[in-house]
Each structure stands twice: as structure tokens, then as C-alpha cells.
Write a protein that binds this ligand. Structure first.
Ligand code: BDR
Ligand code: CA
Length: 303
């Protein structure tokens, strides 16, 4: 099994990725950490704990950064609803996050593991940047970092920047400069990662998880229920379980932090024009039918 730590800002597509991370037999989810992004960190933490309660899982949750490293938070409540996971009435519970910040919980989890652990980040990269700054000695304990973020082409938040990178460009830059082995699942593949209206319609009959996700999906604005929904964050989990579904390019990636109109843009040097050493594997193409089949398989394993 691959041991993973998942850093997330649930988030409706985050919720699906969390489900796949928990119920894929190939993965062992050690820790869930939350970050401000789609909504405030108080809300993303609340959502993460609600999901743990829904599935009756005791995976620890640690709350992370409330704001990007230097910028103000701009959220995506227009995509995920005011709560960040609008549409389903989760029951009340007494669960609490750990009594330490996310970057510290990640560090301790890395230290406690005999084997290097894979980090998966599907929100702004603030917590990962803080981890690398506070505990630079942790790098050898990280097997690799798989992210949903960035784009080799156009953006989805500003003309050129993808949401997670646009929210915290300074964190993104620090992470890409870190020397960690990085797999970038950006919009190039995640825009292709659509679930069809026909499949979505079967979810309420599948299981309780399917019912819950279907209710969330009716409030999710990355695509539409009638034309198909984009599962951005799920791509990072898919890469871990089924890397053969992706065509990747090894190249140099920088995150723009200075541009007035381009901050958060991932500059993906596919042609090697900058003559820099490669620092990432960038996913460029997805086997869509294979992805959809895997999603159906993974969600069928949930309760
Ligand atoms: C990313 O932005 C968020 O709204 C999604 O959860 C995903 O992580 C897609 O650009
Ligand atoms: Ca996300």
C-alpha cells in the first residue's frame, strides 16, 4: 500500500478525492490536513470532520493555514457553495481537529513513518510551503508530492492561472523550487476528467456515499449535472492508483509571483526553452474512459 497524507480544502471535488483516498485498497491515508482555499479554513476543517464522521473513520484531521503566505484569501464559494460542501445535511458530531497546526502534524506523521510518505495536495500549497520552511529536514521523508494545481495552458481563475496556484502563488513557487519530486495534475488533465450525466444519475442508487456526493454535485459549478462534472482533485488520487492513465512530460515548472495579471501562472517549459533542469512530471493527457471506469470502481467500494 502507498502511505499518503492528503492536504485539502473541501470542497466538493475534494470530497470525492477524499472518498477515493480512503476507499482505494492501494492507498493508506495516514492524515488529512486542511487549508483555506475553496472556503475559509474553519469551514474546510468542518467539512473534513463531517466526512470522517459520515464514513465513521478515525483518520486524524489537522487544521492548517487560514490565509495564503502573503496575500488575502479569495475563495471559490461560487463553485462549492457557502459552506464549501453545500447540498447535503450532515449530522452533528463531537469530532475535533488535532491540537496542532497542519504543517506540524505533517512533520510528525512523516517522522513516525518508517518509509517515506507520499504527500498529496489538492488545495492551495500554503501548508506544504510552511512545512518546507519550518522543517526543511523533512524532505528525505517525502517520497513525492502529487498536486492538483496549475496548467500548461489557460487558467480557470484568472486568464492564465488555475485556482489553487492563483490563491497562493508564493507558496506554489516555494514548493516548485524545493527539489521535491513533484507530479503536477493541472487543468490540462483535470478539465478532461469529466463524469458523464449518465454515470452521475446512477450515484443515488449506488450507496450512501453516492447519495451524498450526488446531493453535493447538484451544487457544484465545475461543469453541470446535465453536461458532466470536472473532478479536478480526483486526478491526483487517480495518478497514485493508475498512473498508466496519464501521459506525463518531465520539465521545468516555475510559478509566476510578480505579474500584475499573471500571478499564480505555472510556466511549464515543455520545449526546454529556459534551459533549466526539470523539476516536475506534468500530466498532459488523460485516458478519459479509463479514468471514468476507475472512478466507478473506487466509489463502488465506499459504503
Ligand atoms: C481546484 O480549485 C478548487 O475549486 C478545486 O477544489 C480544485 O482543487 C481546481 O482548479
Ligand atoms: Ca481542492
Amino acid at each position: 500500500k502507498t502511505s499518503i497524507i492528503l492536504d485539502t480544502d473541501p470542497g466538493i471535488d475534494d470530497a470525492v478525492a477524499i472518498a477515493a483516498a480512503i476507499f482505494s485498497p492501494q492507498l493508506d491515508l495516514k492524515l488529512l490536513t486542511t487549508v483555506a482555499g475553496n472556503v475559509s479554513v474553519e469551514k474546510t476543517t468542518r467539512n473534513a470532520l463531517q466526512l470522517m464522521h459520515f464514513w465513521q473513520k478515525n483518520i486524524p484531521v489537522a487544521q492548517g493555514a487560514a490565509t495564503p503566505l502573503v496575500r488575502k484569501l479569495r475563495d471559490a464559494a461560487n463553485v462549492h457553495g457557502e459552506s464549501g460542501m453545500e447540498g447535503y445535511a450532515f449530522v452533528e458530531h463531537q469530532r475535533k481537529a488535532l491540537d496542532k497546526p497542519a504543517f506540524q502534524a505533517i512533520f510528525e506523521c512523516l517522522c513516525a513513518s518508517a518509509e517515506p510518505v507520499t504527500l498529496v495536495a489538492i488545495g492551495p500549497l500554503t501548508n506544504i510551503a510552511l512545512l518546507l520552511t519550518q522543517y526543511p529536514e523533512c524532505k528525505p521523508k517525502i517520497k513525492r508530492l502529487v498536486i492538483m494545481g496549475g496548467s500548461a495552458g489557460r487558467g480557470n481563475f484568472t486568464p492564465n492561472a488555475e485556482f489553487n496556484m492563483a490563491i497562493d502563488p508564493e507558496a506554489g513557487a516555494r514548493v516548485f523550487e524545493s527539489g521535491l519530486e513533484i507530479v503536477m495534475c493541472g487543468l490540462d488533465v483535470t478539465n478532461q476528467a469529466m463524469l458523464s450525466p449518465e454515470y452521475l444519475a446512477t450515484l443515488p442508487e449506488l450507496n450512501q456515499t453516492g447519495k451524498m456526493l450526488h446531493a453535493l454535485f447538484s451544487h457544484y459549478r465545475s461543469g453541470s449535472m446535465s453536461t458532466g462534472l470536472r473532478m479536478h482533485d480526483l486526478c491526483a488520487i487517480a495518478w497514485l492508483v493508475k498512473p498508466e492513465l496519464f501521459r506525463v512530460e518531465s520539465c521545468f515548472v516555475a510559478v509566476e509571483t510578480h505579474g500584475e495579471f499573471t500571478a499564480g501562472t505555472t510556466v511549464v517549459d515543455l520545449e526546454g526553452r529556459l534551459k533549466r533542469q526539470s523539476n516536475a512530471l506534468v500530466a498532459m493527457d488523460l485516458d478519459v474512459a479509463g479514468f471514468q471506469a476507475w472512478v466507478a470502481e473506487a466509489l463502488a467500494l465506499a459504503p
